[in-house]
Ligand binder design. Structure first.
Ligand SMILES: Cc1cc2nc3c(=O)[nH]c(=O)nc-3n(C[C@H](O)[C@H](O)[C@H](O)COP(=O)(O)O)c2cc1C
Length: 490
């Protein structure tokens, strides 16, 4: 099969899927085909720590670590987490410290190293495009994570779930080894203090700083208005956009308010569609996302002026993705017997963003499982900061134990219907934490559109690879190479 020259922009972006669904294996397979493979940087520190505690059976983590530029830091991570032969199944995974405003150096080192590992492995053996995905909503681990990914030579950083206007400038700064800082969002900040997290990359670099490439930055947005905001107000250059609609998997943008004074509606309408004419006018490359999993839809996007499309669900159910084979088989079976329901859940995510869920008998969104699960917050990626007093901040998550949340000044209503996505998503990729009454249950997210299964499979089960996906989606698609844009003054 012939693919476009690797270094014009890719037509397909295999979207970032956290936690660990779009892992290095998937991204590597996609990038090898000349398209863009994107690993998820979300909670990758916990993922790597657990892979090492399971004994790193395929040796991949240690292989990547052997290439980490600062061997002593790599060794410290190995010493803390690697268990030769794997931990005993009756033992819990060791906790890692939760991210906060002033993180301990061990936590920062784990972030740098784990992001390096994931990108290094995704880039191994080819020179195709590799990106890394983060969520703006999870701010605190981001700066050290970018450094780790950049040390491994990541080509793109893709970010959504919020409006990451500060990120392009931070990437510029890190590429120069400058001190960087990020304003963080803190609730109940009635006195309007500015809270910043600082990060000096040189503090972690024991040798002469190696040269770092500034990755291109793609903002994941749902509207042309936001695209304009990035062009005008971002702290550095935004190289392009992924325009994601509300049928996409994972978190979605909330529906557009019709009435500013009324609460946000829980239905989407054509008001939520981005204006592609306006996107074209902006003149930067963009990819469309959400239900584009046929060659006809890929062609349609290109004909609309997009550089291509970003896809999630079709790759999430491919052989290489991190979702356990049991969950993949369960969901695919549901699709074929007509019982699959993909629901936009406006409560599930502690972030407050709508989140797509599929409920199975074993997943945490099933009412019986949810009732049985004892609330606990021990990964803490979705904790929100709030002002305790003056400039002192606290951390709380609407899915933590209710009494704790309320003691921290949170409202009990805010806890209703919330699920622990951190523990749930770790379970979905086979890295569940062990509790007294068994393992943490998984949480399953996917996009609305599964019709690709009718064309990709025998109608009974799904066994297809990432390469099969690329071949299927590109079959018959006519695409002119899209040159790599260079930053221009605006
Ligand atoms: C399992 C799953 C997890 C996802 N996680 C993320 C994520 O962590 N960050 C993100 O920006 N998008 C996430 N997405 C969205 C995808 O990157 C992609 O944009 C979207 O799924 C495209 O729609 P489609 O599923 O219809 O192809 C996720 C999607 C899926 C299916």
């Amino acid at each position: 099969m012939e693919y476009m020259a690797a270094k014009s922009l890719p037509t397909l972006i295999q979207g970032g899927m956290g936690v660990g669904v779009s892992n290095w294996r998937l991204a590597n397979a996609v990038a090898k085909c000349g398209q863009m493979g994107v690993v998820s940087g979300t909670a990758i520190d916990a993922v790597v720590a657990r892979r090492l505690q399971l004994g790193d059976p395929d040796g991949s983590q240690r292989r990547a670590l052997a290439h980490f530029p600062w061997p002593e830091m790599a060794q410290r991570v190995l010493d803390r987490f690697f268990i030769s032969g794997g931990k005993s199944p009756e033992k819990k995974h060791r906790a890692i410290s939760m991210a906060n405003l002033r993180m301990k150096s061990a936590a920062i080192e784990l972030l740098i190293v784990s992001n390096f590992i994931e990108v290094f492995l995704a880039r191994e053996g080819h020179d195709g495009w590799v990106g890394i995905n983060f969520l703006e909503k999870i701010q605190l681990p981001n700066m050290p994570s970018f450094l780790g990914a950049m040390l491994a030579g990541v080509d793109f950083v893709l970010m959504g779930a919020g409006i990451p206007l500060q990120i392009p400038g931070i990437l510029d700064g890190l590429a120069r080894w400058d001190d960087v800082q990020m304003r963080v969002s803190v609730d109940e900040n009635t006195e309007k203090h500015t809270f910043v997290q600082k990060f000096d990359p040189k503090e972690y670099c024991p040798v002469d700083p190696p040269e770092l490439k500034r990755p291109k930055f793609l903002a994941i947005i749902s509207s042309d208005i936001l695209a304009k905001t990035f062009v005008r107000r971002a702290s550095g250059y935004t190289d392009g956009f992924v325009v994601e609609n509300w049928t996409a998997g994972g978190h979605n943008a909330p529906p557009r308010r019709v009435d500013r004074k009324a609460p946000p509606p829980e239905v989407y309408s054509e008001k939520d569609d981005a204006d592609l004419e306006k996107m074209r006018e902006i003149g930067r490359p963009f990819w469309l996302a959400g239900g584009f999993s046929t060659p006809e839809k890929v062609q349609e996007a290109i004909d609309e002026g997009a550089a291509g499309v970003q896809l999630g669900t079709i790759f999430a159910y491919s052989e290489e993705s991190g979702i356990t084979s049991e969950i993949k088989a369960d969901v695919v079976r549901k699709y074929f017997d007509g019982t699959l329901e993909v629901k936009t859940d406006f409560r599930a995510s502690p972030t407050g963003f709508p989140f797509k869920v599929i409920t199975t008998k074993t997943s945490v969104t099933h009412p019986d499982i949810a009732k049985k699960r004892k609330r606990i917050c021990d990964l803490g990626y979705l904790r929100q900061m709030y002002v305790v007093k003056g400039e002192k901040v606290g951390y709380r998550c609407a899915s933590e134990p209710i009494d704790q949340y309320v003691n921290k000044g949170g409202k009990v209503e805010a806890t209703e219907g919330r699920h622990c996505l951190c523990n749930g998503l770790m379970a979905t990729i086979g890295l569940a934490q062990l509790r007294e009454n068994g393992e943490e249950p998984p949480v399953i997210t996917s996009g609305d559109d599964f019709t690709f299964l009718d064309r990709m499979t025998d109608g009974k089960s799904a066994h297809y690879s990432a390469v099969d996906v690329v071949e299927y989606l590109m079959s018959g698609v006519k695409v002119a190479p899209v040159p790599i844009p260079e930053p221009v003054d605006v």
